[in-house]
Design a protein around this ligand. Structure first.
Ligand code: FPP
Ligand code: MG
Ligand code: MG
Length: 382
């Protein structure tokens, strides 16, 4: 509705911080190579929604008021939240002295209000989450053969696949440098795990189904496979960066776990709504092609729910909607089913759990902001 002068925008708790985000990110992405510099900064031209940095900053402020207590960093490889992964083999660096032609400059913290409750390390974490997210979009647009993003040609179209891939790698490299400079091994482990999780999620999506049959049948595994993929592809970054924000703020174990639970549930809801919008919203409103998932052969939540009551979808899923007319047929069945309502209900259930996780945080403007983000996720149209 119309803005009332007394209405408080809970997101204003971090609005000032967000104003400097793009500038700082562009600084992190400076390269002496002019073309690389241009491609790497391409997606910073049209500001995204900044969902992830906003969540990190709000969580940082909310956690600043919550109980703090020294906590033991969790043992290596055991965040206690995901299945442990085997330790990597360390390779010796064969060229340890490669010159850094464009050294990173430290962020100018004098720009910020000192009473915000947000630490410079948490601000930098917010920037790192956006860098990792943007890197994944650069690669995703190559994999998905995207034509547009944020209402402009996607980077793969504007610069070609090779440059888009390299630019994504460069963003990951710079994100890693910024992460290392936080000098917090547990936070480094969390965010490095996110990068691996994004790739694992993308792989699960390419395989697309738990069973490799020509005509898969719906089972309870169908949904859990999809949700695991969704966690890895979308919720991992949000949950682990919320957790990292609480760790940097010296939060107690309860606060750190609550931050993670909030991010995980909100992240799952966020992607469920994304998958719903792919069916319901026009390309113009989305700023990227609509109905893209079926064209890509992807069966997301609305279709999986429809499949449960329409077994004939199995054969289409099995051939990834590749036969002439498959996409239209699947779309019609989804529209006639309650798949979209069920997807929305599941997203709402996750959002409710996200809000529930916040109960240990004392009331604050930032906590209201975190709750408001849940409402926004459910209401969003792009
Ligand atoms: C967008 O999904 C893509 C992701 C959330 C992650 C993609 C991950 C990779 C490509 C793995 C590589 C990761 C890194 C960190 C380089 P979408 O295609 O469903 O959404 P869209 O409609 O916005 O394209
Ligand atoms: Mg895509
Ligand atoms: Mg994709």
């Amino acid at each position: 509705g119309p803005a009332s002068p007394i209405a408080i925008d809970p997101l204003r708790a971090v609005a000032k911080e967000l104003k400097f985000l793009t500038k700082n990110i562009r600084q992190l992405l400076g390269s002496g190579h002019p073309t690389l510099d241009r491609v790497a900064k391409y997606y910073t031209q049209s500001e995204g929604k900044y969902v992830r940095p906003t969540l990190v900053l709000l969580m940082s402020r909310a956690a600043a008021l919550a109980p703090k207590e020294p906590r033991q960093a969790l043992p290596i490889g055991q965040h206690g939240i995901d299945a442990p992964i085997s330790p990597p083999t360390l390779l010796s660096d064969t060229n340890p002295s490669a010159p850094d032609l464009t050294p990173l400059t430290a962020p100018d913290d004098s720009l910020y209000a000192h009473d915000s409750g947000i630490l410079p390390s948490q601000r930098r974490l917010a920037e790192i989450t956006e860098l990792i997210h943007t890197a994944s979009l650069l690669h995703d647009d190559v994999i998905d053969h995207s034509l547009s993003r944020r209402s402009a040609p996607s980077a793969n179209i504007a610069f070609g696949n090779k440059m888009a891939v390299l630019a994504g790698d460069f963003l990951l490299g710079r994100a890693s440098v910024a992460l290392a400079r936080l000098r917090d091994p547990e936070v480094t482990e969390l965010l490095a795990t996110v990068i691996a999780n994004l790739v694992e999620g993308e792989f699960m999506q390419l395989k697309n189904t738990a069973n490799d049959e020509t005509k898969p049948v719906w089972t309870e595994d169908t949904l859990s496979y999809y949700l695991q993929k969704t966690y890895l592809k979308s919720a991992s970054l949000i949950s682990k960066s919320c957790r990292a924000a609480a760790i940097l703020g010296q939060g107690s174990s309860e606060v750190v776990d609550a931050a993670y639970a909030y991010g995980k549930n909100l992240g799952l809801a966020f992607q469920l709504v994304d998958d719903m919008l792919d069916y319901t919203i026009s390309a113009e409103e989305l700023g990227k092609p609509a109905g893209a998932d079926l064209e890509l052969g992807l069966a997301t939540a609305p279709l999986l729910f429809a499949w449960k009551s329409h077994p004939e979808l199995g054969v289409l899923v099995g051939r990834k909607f590749s036969k002439e007319g498959d996409v239209q047929k699947a779309r019609a069945i989804v529209a006639s089913s309650d798949g979209l309502e069920q997807t929305r209900a599941l997203a709402q259930a996750y959002v409710d759990q996200a809000i529930e996780a916040l109960h240990i945080f004392p009331e604050s403007e930032a906590k209201s902001g975190l709750i408001e983000m849940c409402t926004k996720v459910m209401k969003r149209r792009h």
